[in-house]
Design a protein around this ligand. Sequence first.
Ligand SMILES: *Cc1c(COP(=O)(O)O)cnc(C)c1O
Length: 457
Amino acid sequence: MNYISTRGGTESLPLAELLTRGTANNGGLFVPQQWPDAPADLLDGEYAEIATRVLLYFGGDTLPAGLIETAINTAMQKFTAPVGPPVNPLDNNLWTLELMHGPTLAFKDFALAPLAEIIDSKLKHDNKRATVLCATSGDTGAATVSAFANRERVNAVVLFPDGGVSDFQRRQMTTTGAGNILPLCVDGDFDDCQRTVKTLYLTQAAEKYGYTAVNSINIVRILLQTAYYLKTSGFIHRTTGEASNYFVPTGNFGNVYAAYIAKQLGAPINTLVVTSNDNDVLPRFFETSRMHGTQTVKTISPSMDIQVSSNFERLLWHIKQGDTTAVDHAQQALETSGGYEISAEEMDRIAEDFTAWRCAEPEAISAIQSVWQKHQKIICPHTATAYHAADKLANTLSGQNVIVETAHPAKFSNAIELAIGEVPTIPAHVKDQFQQQEQYQQVSVDGVQQAIDDRFG
Ligand SMILES: *Cc1c(COP(=O)(O)O)cnc(C)c1O
């Protein structure tokens, strides 16, 4: 089974080639050429078993035998819940799916920890080396550093904006002491970091160092996330006899797209609720059938401060039933003339699986307060948008309701203290980083390549 671009063209690649690929050459995202038949054994078992089966179904059999299974099992040993994320009852017909028990306390660990293991094993097998480049506003950089620290075959360079990440997140990137990790604090904002990375891919150094991306449009990352929706909805169905609705804090549409794949594979899922903060490009799209971004505003849930939801392009491809020319036109319009519109029929198709909800900043703060008062539980500011949506929408949906907890509140202690006057306890397995010496370099945008040469040249 090969993967093709959502925007057409002749590029067609096996999964093994997509481990370290970002977009297709024509700017589209890779999607499977044929959707595999829904397998029967995906709803029961531990996370690592289900994730292995999903990757094998989606073309992982093009990798050396046993590589995926071993890699995922090894990666899960770094989680405090190695059998998979806990799903706990919170209230009547209401559950929380705790995705924050990984090494960096955010759901991105589920994608990056196994992916790093798979990439490193594959490079060993092929006798090659690579250098991961990553621009980050926080969580992705932390998960990347943790996943790649002390790898044999891969170096990792993370660029973060000076003053643009929390102390907690900076420490996650700068205290590993690993010789293969180069954290760079860049004079500039996140966009400067992103632009620098994009430029470096096009230089001669790219070949020499094997510059590589592991960003959130990577299909392997998404498939690794699909596994926890299969596991959880299977469990809830066996326990209650009902299907689940998921309330998913959304930025780039990766995590909720993973849930959509689970539903396509036959998981008992009814509605997927996309929740946003004040950056409400998706709720506006659901209201108006028109996709167009506006100015990004800063909120207490920074990982959702996004106006271009990259992975939505994949859903558009499904909704347009594989019409790659139509997807290409829509995406061109989004990039050049500020937006595209879909038909009423297409919106009906989306509404069969999705709905959206906007949670303004004061509502997120009161959500954190009510969960604390009612349940003595602290949720992170991203998760708060999902709780708020569940509070308003749960009784309009049929089935069980699941709030997806995307990060641990300790990563966002300022916002939490503001809301409830308490500081969340930092889990024991990450406390260490507050004792370690920080190691990073301060560089200008033009000094990044020199810093890489000095360390890895
Ligand atoms: C990345 C992130 C999100 C957004 O996830 P997408 O897959 O980009 O939609 C939400 N919450 C947290 C804590 C994150 O780190």
